[in-house]
Structures are given as structure tokens and as C-alpha cells.
Design a protein around this ligand. Structure first.
Ligand SMILES: *[C@@H]1O[C@H](CO)[C@@H](O)[C@H](O)[C@H]1NC(C)=O
Length: 156
């Protein structure tokens, strides 16, 4: 006659899973928040910044931020294949759903580079400000961080 399994045998895998999930939770909360996470926190899609970021600072009181890239970076933005250029150092002020005093991101249009001075998020849409001119695009176009193109190619 077989002896019934002691209850501990049955519960220990559950305990183990419980402990593992506690550990997992602890490690995710202690993980440093990335610049991309901060964008999400402020209601912006991650695709506003390229994938590779060296470091960033954000003052949660003033909203002033600095993002440092390893090098300047060019990306192509869908769906219209606009060429965008990021300086090594991007600065601005983020608060609520608005990025203001932006410096370091330009887009190529009408045969000219235009510095984007501000970005507003209305949830569905992003409104890019170039001085007094604005252009609206669906936020979902920016759900993925674009990779930098041809970092080592030309001298530009
Ligand atoms: C953050 O911004 C606030 C308000 O402008 C300022 O008083 C504070 O010194 C800043 N903190 C840092 C670390 O720069």
C-alpha cells in the first residue's frame, strides 16, 4: 500500500514559484528606468528616440532632460520616410504631454533640415512643432525605436 504524498511535496513547487516570482519582481523594480521608459511614463511613444542611448538625465521637478547618444544618428521615419537627425546631445523640457525647448532633433523636408522645437502628445497623435509650424502624425508610427543608420559611413 503506498503512503499518501506528504502535503509539503505538493506545496513546495508552488512555494518555489512564489519565491522566484518575488525575486523577479524585486529585480525588475530595482532595474534602472531607461529613457524609453520615461517617454512612456510621460505619454510619448519610445520611437521618438533612437534605440541606442548612452545615458540620460531627467529632473522630475523641472522636467529638464538631457539625452546623450554615442554619436549623432540618422534614422528614417515611417511611413513617409522622412530623414531625421539626432545630435549627440538632445535637450529639452518634458511635462505632462508636452516636450518643449527641444534641441537636437531635426527632420529633412523641402530640401532643408528643420529643427523640431517641441512635441505634443494627444494620445492618438503626435504634434511636431517646428517654430510656429506644426505637423501631426499618428503616435503608432513611433511605437518602435529606430536603429541609427550608417553611423560610420559618411562624414556628414
Ligand atoms: C530640478 O529642478 C528644480 C526646479 O527647477 C531645481 O530647483 C533643482 O535644483 C533641480 N535639480 C537638479 C538636480 O538639477
Amino acid at each position: 500500500m503506498s503512503t499518501p504524498r506528504p502535503p509539503l511535496m505538493a506545496t513546495s513547487p508552488i512555494l518555489l514559484i512564489f519565491c522566484l516570482s518575488l525575486l523577479a519582481a524585486a529585480s525588475t523594480t530595482s532595474k534602472a528606468i531607461s529613457a524609453h521608459d520615461e517617454l512612456i511614463n510621460y505619454g510619448f511613444p519610445v520611437g521618438l528616440l533612437p534605440a541606442d542611448i548612452d545615458s540620460y538625465t531627467l529632473n522630475h521637478t523641472s522636467g529638464a532632460f538631457t539625452v546623450l547618444l554615442g554619436d549623432k544618428c540618422r534614422v528614417t521615419l515611417p511611413p513617409d520616410n522622412y530623414l531625421a537627425s539626432y545630435s549627440k546631445r538632445i535637450t529639452g523640457k518634458i511635462d505632462g504631454n508636452r516636450i518643449a525647448e527641444l534641441d537636437g532633433i531635426s527632420v529633412r523636408a523641402f530640401f532643408k533640415w528643420w529643427g523640431i522645437t517641441g512635441i505634443r502628445s494627444s494620445g492618438q497623435d503626435l504634434v511636431f512643432e517646428v517654430g510656429m509650424v506644426t505637423a501631426k502624425y499618428p503616435s503608432k508610427n513611433f511605437d518602435v525605436s529606430p536603429p541609427c543608420e550608417g553611423l560610420r559611413s559618411s562624414s556628414s
